[in-house]
Design a protein around this ligand. Sequence first.
Ligand code: SDX
Length: 385
Amino acid sequence: MSDIETPQISRGLEGIYIAESRICKVNGAEGRLYYRGYPIEALVKNSSFEETTFLLLNGKLPTRAELDDITRQLADARDLPQGVVRIISEMSGKAESMDILRTATSALSAYDAETADMSPAANFRKSIRIISRMSSIVATIGRMRAGGSYINPDKALGHVENFMLMLNGKAPDKQALDIMKDMFVIHAEHSSNASTFGTMVAGSTLSDIYSAITAGISVLKGPLHGGADEAALKMMKQIGDPSNTESYIESALAGKQRIMGFGHRVYKAYDPRAKVLKEYLLSLQEHSSEEVRRYTAIALRAEKMMIEKLSASHGIWPNVDFFAGPVYVAAGIPVNLFTPIFAASRSAGWCAHMLEYWKDNRLFRPLEKYTGQIDLEYVPIEKRQ
Ligand code: SDX
């Protein structure tokens, strides 16, 4: 390898293509998003998490028989090993929800006889188990943090309905269920985002899929990525009254603070998912609490100001995380579960990318331009200053 004197460094790998993929198209200039060629708007309107999972993993919409089959596979896998329930219980009073999710998901590998089997068939079966159980783990985290105990899953329910049962101990109302079904579809996939890339880097060493998904969870936690939904709602709580919005934003921007839920490495237009969530939120107003209506008023004023100040000039638009918080609140979801739910949904996209990348695997090993010294003389400690 020649020692390149002036390498082209792309910080954060901005603009670098790492692979070819048939899973997801993000059109950042026009604000368009497609899972396996289907517009996100059509999938949110018509699909389910089970069907979207099949689509992402298999590259096509399922037949009725195929949908019934994956629905059964996900349902059969949703019960958690008691050892994992104990980990969640032990950590609940001590750790953040994403840390519990990361640890509990990693522990699943101890209860899977196929963990070390890297055959495509075994990796597919493990993917189903991970996608199913991460939702059960997130529901159990929420349940235990609220002082409850593990709720046995109900195999007769759909994926999201069972999630809500395991979280709340009772069947969800229709509005909450409709909201959460859409949230699980909308967060399922987004091409080579940081957490998907982290998953792929781990898997590219031929480490197992539990390790790869654990890496994805670790990456998603950050407020620059999946953690922005929680951070954006916390900002709305801090703003308190809608009349404080403009002064809060003004002061934050003056202090070079980032307004969570805005901006994106790829979207330089309105994130289509944010559009869907905004419309959804507006449609919920008359059936929502004063709290949701207050957050909505704040969000709309912040959106208006940020678009006026930063969209045209800096390409900074609302992203998926901005309106997500008020929508989750409308579904009765506690703020500490926003990012874990994002992770439970995105496990479908992480697994899809891992299975696809392993078909033509190549170790990720980028370079860095060394700017330090070389050939220094070693000085014994007694002679050092
Ligand atoms: C997700 O990649 C994906 O697909 C991710 C995701 C997915 O589905 O997987 O879409 C989910 O992670 C959405 C993004 C959630 N994160 C946030 O909302 C956090 C706030 N946003 C930013 O931190 C930022 O916009 C990023 C991190 C999302 C993208 O940043 P980039 O591309 O690295 O751009 P940058 O940080 O270099 O910012 C460029 C300029 C900077 O100003 P200068 O230093 O050049 O003067 O824009 C400014 C930034 O300060 N800027 C913001 C801003 N975002 C960027 N200023 C105020 N508020 C913001 N939100």
